[in-house]
Design a binder for this molecule. Sequence first.
Ligand SMILES: *Cc1c(COP(=O)(O)O)cnc(C)c1O
Length: 819
Amino acid sequence: MLSFQQLVSITQGRLVQFVQDWPVVHLLTDSRKLSQPAGTLFFAIPGKYNDGHKYLAQLYAQGVRQFIVDVQQTEELAQQYPEANILQVQRSLAALQAVAAWHRQQFTIPVIGITGSNGKTIVKEWLAQLLSPDELVVKSPRSFNSQVGVPLSVWQLNSNHTLAIFEAGISQPGEMEKLQQVIQPTMGIFTNIGNAHDEGFSSRQQKVQEKLELFKGTDLLFYCADYELLHEAIEATQLKAFSWSRSGKAADLVVSGITTAGHRTIVVYTYKGKKQRLAIPFTDEASLENALHCLAVLLYRNFPLAEIQDRLDRLQPVAMRLEMKEAINGCYLIDDTYNNDLAGLAIALDLLASQPPRSGHTLILSDLLESGMQEQDLYRQVAALIEAKGVDRVIGVGKTIQKHAALFNGRCTCYSSTAEFLEQFEAGSFRNEVILIKGARVFGFEKIVHAFQQKVHGTVLEVNLDALVHNLNFYRSKLASETKLMVMVKAFAYGSGSFEVANLLQFHQVDYLAVAYTDEGVSLREHGITLPIMVMNPSPDSFAKLRQYSLEPEIYSVELLESFIASSDPGILDKIHLKLDTGMHRLGFTASDFDVVFELLQKNPQVRVVSTFSHLAGADEALHNDFSQLQIATFRELSAEIEARLGYPVLKHILNSAGIVRFPEHQLDMVRLGIGLYGVEATGAEQEALRPVSILKTTVSQVKQIAKGETVGYSRKGIADSDKTIATIAIGYADGYDRRFSNGQGEVSINGKRMPVIGNVCMDMCMIDVTGLDVKAGDEVVVYGPQLTLVELAQKIGTIPYELLTNVSTRVKRIFYSE
Ligand SMILES: *Cc1c(COP(=O)(O)O)cnc(C)c1O
C-alpha cells in the first residue's frame, strides 16, 4: 500500500510538514466528494474557474490529514493545519497523474486504452459486458476520461482484476502524453476521428497524431481503416494493428454485407479467409460501428462464433447520464440502472447526498458485479460508503447483498430478486423521499423505475445540471474572491425548476438566493433550502409568513417600511434589504426618502439593514454604458450615505449577469446572477463560454399527407402551396410555445432537421411542415436546445430569451440530469 512518505519521490515534491506516515487509500480532487476522511489524500488543484486550495480548511475540519498543494506560501499552511501531512509540488495535477502512473506500474494485467472522437464510453462499457464472463474487469466510471478522470479511474486497479479498460479524451496538444503515462495501455482502440475539439488543434492531422500518443507502448491497436486520415497515420507508424473495414479496403476483418432485419443488423464478414455472419442487436450507425470494434476484439481473442453471437445478443444499451425525475407520493427518483460497480455507486451516492433530505434518502441497490474483491470486503465497503453518505434506508435486491445484509446495521431490507421486490411493492410505503435506484443491468431495474414513475406528458424540459454548474463557475471566475454571490431563482428559476436549481446552488455554496414572491421562498424552505433568501416583492399580508420561514424582504418604499415595522416585534431581529432607484424607475427609494427612512430605522433597531442594492436598466447593451456608469456612480454615493447614517456596514450590490461581464470593476460586496446561470450571456460577448442548460422536447402525435390547396389549423392560415406532409406535435401555446411562432415564424428540429411551423399554433399542439423528411408518430422533436438556441428563437419573434425561458408552463415535466 502507498504511504505518504513514498509520495515525496513519486511526485518529486517537498515535505512542508510531516506528522505521521498514514496510508493513502482514497484520492480526492473535489472537496464535495469526500466520503472517508481517514486515508484520503487531497490534491488541491487550481482550475480555470475554481481552486482546490480554497477548500483545505473545510477538509481539515472534516478530518482529512493528507494534502498535496502547489502554492508558494506554505509556512502558513503548516500553522493552520498542524496535524496534517503537507507536500508541496510544482503542479498538483501532475502529482495526481504521477501517483496514478506509479499505481499502474504495480500491475501486469492487460490494459485496453480507448480514444477517438465518439463512442469511447459505449465501446468501453460494451467490451466490459462482453468480456466479463471470463474476466474481472476494472474500467473508467461513466466517462471519466480527462486529465483528472483518468488518474482516478486507474487508481481503482487492484490485485484481483484480470483486465482493465480505460478511456482517454483530450482537447489540447500535450494532454495525451500524460494520459499515456497514467494508463500505459498494452492494447488500444482508436474508435474514429471527427470534429470534436477541432478548435484545440492546428489541424485534424495534428489531432490524430496527438491521440496516437496513447498507443505508444501497445502491442496491438484496433481501428477502422475506413477513416482515411487515421489509416494513413497508423500505417506511417511502427504500431502493430488490427484493422477492420466495411468499404472494401484491405483489412484484417472485412465486412461485406450489412442489412437490417427488424431490430437487428445482420453483418456478413470475412476473417482469416472465412466468411461468416452475425447479428448485432442494434440498427443505428453509431451502435453498429461501436459493435464492430468490439467484434474485432472478440475475433482477435479467438472466441467461437456461437459464443460471440450469444454475448452480442446480451449487449445492453448504455445510458450516458443520471436522470432525476418526480415520482409517486412526492418522491423524487435518481435513475441509474445501467451498471453497478463501486465507483459508479460512489458517484451516484454523491448526487443523492447533495439532495435535501425531504423525509429521507433511500437507496435501492442490486448486487454489485465483478468488483474483483472478496464479497465480504466489497459489501463492507459498500456499507461504509452508504454510512458516509447518510443514506437512511437501503433496499437490497439480489442473493449476494441479501447474504451480507447484516453489514448494514439493520438498515437494509432485502429481496432475492427484482420480481420479489415488485411483488411486495407497496406504493404507500414511499413518501416524499429521494430514492436512488442503482442496479446492474441484469436486474432489470427499469421495471422498478416504472413502478415509481408518474405518467410523463409528451413534452419535457430537460435541464442539464452539469451545464448549470459550468455556468455558475464561469461567473464565479469573474468575481474577486471576497465578492459574494446572490443567485436569482425567481419565476421558477427562470422556468428551470426552482427547488432543483436552488438545491444545486446550495450544494455549490452560493451566498444568497432571491425570489420574487413570499410563496416562492416558502416553497424553497419546505424543500429543505436553508440559504438566506431575499424576497423582492413582499406584500404586507405575507409578513408573518416571511418571518415564519426566515425570509428577508426587499423594502422599496416608505409605506412598505412603515407597515413592515408595524408588524415587527421589538424583541426580535428582522433583516431587510433596501432597494434604491438609480434610474430604472421601477421600485426603490430615492435620496429624498432618506430622512424619513433613517428616522424610522433609528427608532426601530430590531429592523436591521443587511444589504442595499440597485438594478441596472441597460447593462446588456453597450449603447447604455454611460447611463449604466451614471447609475453605478449614483448608487456608490447613496449607499455610502446609507452606511454612514446607519452607522454599520451593509452589503452593497448592483450588478446583474450582464453587469458582471461588462463592469467587473463594480462588483462591490455582492453580485446578482440571473439569466447567465441558465445559459444566456446577455451582453453576447461571452456567449461561447456558457453551456446551454435546457432542451425543450416533445413528440410527433400524427403524420398526414395533404394535397395542394388544402389548409392547416385554425382560421385556415396554413395554406398548402403544394402537396405536403404535415406532422402534428404535442406542444402548444398553453405549454409555452408562443403563438407568434405561427405560420413559418418558428422552426423545430425533427430527426436533426429544422422544419417550419405551418398554420397557427393551437393551445396544446401545433403543426409542422415535414415535407420530404422521414417522420413517424412518436419521433422526438426539439423545440429548443443547443442546435436551435433560445437567443435565435427569441429574435425570430421579437422578444428576449428571458420570456421564452419563463413561459414554459409548469405542466411541462422537468427532467434533471447529470452527464
Ligand atoms: C432578475 C433580477 C436580476 C438578474 O438579472 P439578469 O439579467 O437575469 O442577470 C438582478 N437583480 C434584480 C433586482 C432582478 O430583478
